[in-house]
Design a binder for this molecule. Sequence first.
Ligand SMILES: [Fe+2]
Ligand SMILES: [Fe+2]
Length: 185
Amino acid sequence: MNIATDILVHEHDIILRMINVINNAMQRLNSGEKIETGDLRQMVDFIRNFADHCHHAKEEDVLFKRMNEKGFPVQGGPIQVMLMEHDEGRRYVQNFEKAIDEYEKGNQDAVKQIIENAGGYAMLLTEHIQKENNILYPMGNRIFDENDQKNLIEAFENVEKNIVGEGVHEKYERMVETMEQKYML
Ligand SMILES: [Fe+2]
Ligand SMILES: [Fe+2]
């Protein structure tokens, strides 16, 4: 039986690779090196469009909804915590982007803001992914039957086709590779 959340776990792996790049870039910034704003903006782009749009859309619009239909409460349960963490991530990214604007203007205090927000995001998402991989997804998989899994996989494919768009997923996988070559030496 194909397990739908394996698709999400694979996306987590790609997100974690970008998080490694972000952590590395933040260490460099912290030690006084300059980082190209174009690269910082690519990190924002990746987080918004791959982590949030490609991935969180599958969780929020498909998986969590299906778990809720199967009897998992949203309020007061782990799904609510996951949703709150997605929102927390979005706030970090907004502030990360604002700090890049300031950095570009030459505001030296902006370095601290970038490190705080990009680093905060990286830490939040690393823990968030562990909770999903090790707790939330297995909880769902205990109650999904073969038919549920099939429907979920189909729904994920529809998200890719209708919401994300063709070639977008691949574009961000390539972005991670390019950034790794630059930052993970
Ligand atoms: Fe999530
Ligand atoms: Fe996730």
